[in-house]
Design a protein around this ligand. Structure first.
Ligand code: HAM
Length: 421
């Protein structure tokens, strides 16, 4: 190769670097511990699947499938796609591995990268990470409430503030066709008032008009029939019971009859968590019930519900909301010269065996530059080893956080450290 090539991440993709990765790990850790106490177990699935896994479930005519999938033909001539979301893969796995034979309900969580070829903007990426959960085989609104409660516990557990829950019911195969007809007749004389996207949606999926952000469509849909007025008895009861349970569990929510999700597989309950702090891409997490999907994938009739959290959005909010305290080394050992450098290595090993984060200075560098590094990386304690210290068996120490300092026998360091860390 001639000349230096400057490679950059692809548009809509980003590197996640320290110290942000500490924040990511802590959010993931909180998710794991909260999901575990609710009985959700981890599954790990491929990022690449047959294209049909997504097109069949998310819907051929959704934005995700029509415009946003990373789809290509592999070397065996198969059409494959990078997963744009996790639910379809979980359902594929559930059916393929006969997970319905496990004791019911079966509850899973997953995390990892998803891919959508969207127009990148703040909070919207082409590779983004989700943490999601899916619970199978429990049709009762108690499961809806439990899943929403778990999401609320997770978001408050990581310290997110200023978020609100919106819920809706989009009915089932019994009542949605009637609602669709009511919408079609409402919009039938208003074609000229709709944006070009919604004009297409009118024939294919008129519910999506309710979700359009264009000012034209917002005005055109004023007075449109509401799905919540068209629910069949079973769906109305399910939705009513869910609200009763959420109130009982003290999960604050509002009902938003205009919230229709951009994926076709939902039935009954849908929900979204939004945050003021996020601008137009304000959904932090979203989910809902999908009672027909397992059967459509060839499995037994199995109701299911889940959600996914957008990690970049959560992390962005956490970074906005408070100054983060990044983890820092407990000990920095500054050593000067060859024998001291060797001693530093051995001491560092002993302290690391006790679970402490220890950094060792470069013994070839001046003490001054080693101490500057200790300061820059916010190490708490510095130990200094030089020829004199080796002879005397005594070390100088300094606490960089409160500027206290002193001298300690080399043989007593472990005891000293366990008293202060
Ligand atoms: P979704 O609404 O498509 O639902 O995505 C869930 C969350 O992922 C969004 O609320 C948002 O926080 C995040 N997200 C989506 N697209 C992007 C993007 N381009 N950049 C950054 N973050 C994004 C689902 O994916 C469903 N599978 C959720 C579900 C699980 N429903 C039932 N179970």
């Amino acid at each position: 190769m001639s000349g230096a090539q400057q490679y950059k991440t692809l548009k809509g993709m980003q590197d996640i670097l320290p110290p942000d990765t500490f924040l990511w790990q802590s959010v993931e850790q909180t998710a794991r511990s909260i999901f575990s106490v609710f009985g959700f177990q981890e599954i790990r699935l491929p990022v690449l699947e047959s294209t049909g896994v997504f097109s069949r479930s998310i819907g051929e005519q959704t934005d995700i499938v029509e415009k946003e999938m990373y789809t290509f033909t592999d070397k065996g001539g198969r059409s494959v796609s990078l997963r744009p979301e996790g639910t379809a893969s979980v359902v594929r796995s559930y059916v393929e591995n006969n997970l319905h034979n496990l004791p019911s309900p079966q509850k899973f969580y997953y995390s990892g990268p998803m891919f959508r070829y969207e127009r990148p903007q703040s909070g919207r990426f082409r590779q983004f990470y989700q943490i999601g959960v899916e619970a199978f085989a429990d049709p009762h609104p108690r499961m809806d409430a439990e899943v929403i409660l778990m999401l609320e516990r997770f978001l408050s557990g990581i310290g997110l503030q200023g978020i609100s829950f919106q819920i809706n019911s989009i009915g089932c195969e019994q009542c949605r066709p009637g609602y669709r007809d009511a919408l079609l007749s409402f919009f039938s004389g208003k074609a000229d008032q709709l944006c070009p996207d919604c004009l297409r949606r009118y024939d294919r999926n008129p519910l999506r008009i309710l979700d359009c952000k264009s000012a034209k469509c917002i005005a055109a849909r004023s007075g449109a029939p509401r799905i919540t007025d068209h629910l069949c008895d079973d769906c109305r009861q399910h939705f009513g019971k869910l609200q009763e349970l959420l109130n009982m569990l003290h999960v604050a929510f509002t009902v938003n009859p205009e919230m229709v999700r951009g994926l076709d597989y939902y039935t009954r309950t849908t929900f979204e968590v939004t945050s003021q702090g996020l601008g137009s891409q304000n959904a932090v997490a979203a989910g809902g019930r999908y009672n027909r999907l397992v059967r459509e994938f060839g499995g037994p009739d199995t109701p299911a519900i889940g959600f996914a959290v957008g990690m970049e959005r959560v992390i962005g909010l956490l970074k906005q909301s408070a100054a983060q305290e990044w983890p820092a080394p407990a000990v920095f050992i500054a050593a000067r010269g060859e024998p001291a450098g060797t001693e530093a290595l051995s001491l560092a090993g002993r302290l690391r065996d006790r679970g402490l984060w220890v950094e060792v200075g470069d013994a070839e560098n001046s003490l001054k530059s080693q101490l500057r590094r200790a300061d820059r990386i916010s190490a708490r304690h510095v130990f200094i080893i030089g020829d004199e210290e080796l002879k005397s068996g005594q070390l100088r120490w300094k606490n960089l956080h409160d500027a206290s300092q002193g001298v300690i026998m080399m043989t007593e360091i472990e005891e000293f450290i366990s008293g202060i860390c």
